[in-house]
Design a protein around this ligand. Structure first.
Ligand SMILES: Cc1ncc(COP(=O)(O)O)c(C=O)c1O
Length: 383
């Protein structure tokens, strides 16, 4: 067999998958290692997808997505970011993951550097590597509440740095940026002429703090914007398998985006697009119910951790809790998580899945059943 491309061979296996697959193979395991909301999909969303098939509307759609869905995303994004986004700037993607790939494909050249959070979602690095770019992790220190610091970022910027990747609310941390920090991050990008890719998968879920998008501080003038925002229905509406998200780009990039996307996916599956349209334009009560469920799960989980004396980062957003297991993990939290699953039949994601600063930490997914969550966490080792 001929050899695989070296940069593909260099991509590391995903530690979240590793522990989750082991858990799925273990009968009765409590799986707290993945962020998959488990709510039933509302009937109006299912019907919208099914009716597309019944009408045999199975041809290509425009590369950028069906116009009504682009308009719905534009309205949604305008309301959520406080900035008027017109539909021409919205590009329908196969989930946020394709939004990341598409946005990085647009702005990164081979050897270019992209600043990615450590700890951060693992595909930020993987996607950059697949494009022959160089991910440069920027530290989110425990001592600073796992928030980015401008001086740490400044110190990492080189003539090859092209992109600053932001993710608030954060997976895995549940941390949320406030308006001052977000503005300072955009100003940093302006000073160094960087693009910002803002992964806003979890923007619908913040608890008692607002979600602030860097789009709110971007220059809206044609040819002057630098913020690309990636959104998804996977988390907001719990529609992970539908594969629909949107990339919002600065004015003027849309023509080029269409050309590039033709070579990546051409367009998103038509039943998924119509189901997404129904989700965005129909009743929103189940998003509110989901947010309340995650908040109550967070509060229940925090109570168990406090009882056990386990430190954690207070989660202001997303549906994860980041907890410090360094008293038990012996400097190898990946190995510890495997052992914890084998012994107690509970899977949590090892912090090292998200970067070196995650050593000693675990990520607990808060999106499932509350009783199972509490039962699983009660098996953690007391500090
Ligand atoms: C931060 C972050 N970005 C992107 C994704 C990918 O989401 P999607 O299912 O929309 O591709 C996830 C999924 O967990 C995520 O947590």
């Amino acid at each position: 067999m001929p050899q695989l491309s070296p940069h593909v061979r260099a991509v590391e296996p995903n530690q979240i998958r590793e522990i989750t697959q082991a858990a799925w193979a273990s009968p009765g395991a409590i799986v707290l290692s993945i962020g998959e909301p488990g709510f039933p999909t509302p009937a109006h969303v299912l019907e919208a997808g099914q009716s597309v098939l019944a009408r045999d509307e199975t041809g290509y759609t425009p590369n950028a997505g069906i116009p009504a869905l682009r308009a719905a995303f534009a309205d949604y994004a305008s309301a959520r970011t406080g900035t008027r986004v017109d539909a021409g700037r919205v590009f329908v993607t196969a989930g946020a993951q394709q939004g990341l790939h598409l946005s990085m494909s647009m702005v990164l050249d081979a050897g270019d550097e992209i600043l990615v959070p450590n700890p951060g979602y693992p595909t930020f690095e993987m996607t950059a590597r697949l494009l022959h770019a160089e991910p440069v992790p920027y530290p989110l220190w425990p001592a600073h509440g796992f928030q980015p610091r401008i001086e740490d970022l400044e110190a990492l910027i080189t003539p090859r740095t092209r992109v600053l990747l932001l993710n608030s609310p954060s997976n895995p941390l549940g941390a949320v940026f406030d308006a001052d920090l977000t503005r300072a991050l955009v100003e940093l990008a302006v000073r160094h002429d960087l693009w910002i890719i803002s992964d806003e998968c979890y923007e619908a879920f913040t608890y008692d703090v607002p979600h602030v998008s860097p789009l709110a501080f971007d220059d809206p003038g044609p040819g002057r914007g630098r913020v690309l925002v990636s959104q998804t229905l996977s988390k907001t509406y719990g529609l992970t398998g539908l594969r629909v998200g949107a990339l919002i780009v600065p004015a003027g990039l849309q023509e080029q985006m269409s050309i590039i996307n033709e070579a990546i996916v051409s367009c998103v599956a038509s039943p998924s697009q119509y189901a997404a349209l129904a989700a965005l334009t129909g009743p929103q009560d189940y998003v509110r119910r989901a947010a309340e469920h995650y908040r109550q799960n967070r509060d229940a989980a925090v109570e168990v951790l406090a009882d056990l004396g386990i430190p954690y980062l207070p989660a202001d957003g997303a549906f994860y809790l980041w907890a410090d297991l360094s008293h038990a993990s012996g400097g190898d939290v990946r190995g510890w998580a495997r052992g914890f699953l084998a012994e107690h039949n509970v899977a949590v994601a090892p912090g090292t899945a998200f970067g070196s600063i995650g050593e000693g930490w675990i990520r607990i997914a808060l999106c499932g059943d509350r009783d199972r969550l509490v039962e699983g966490l009660a098996r953690l080792p007391r500090r």
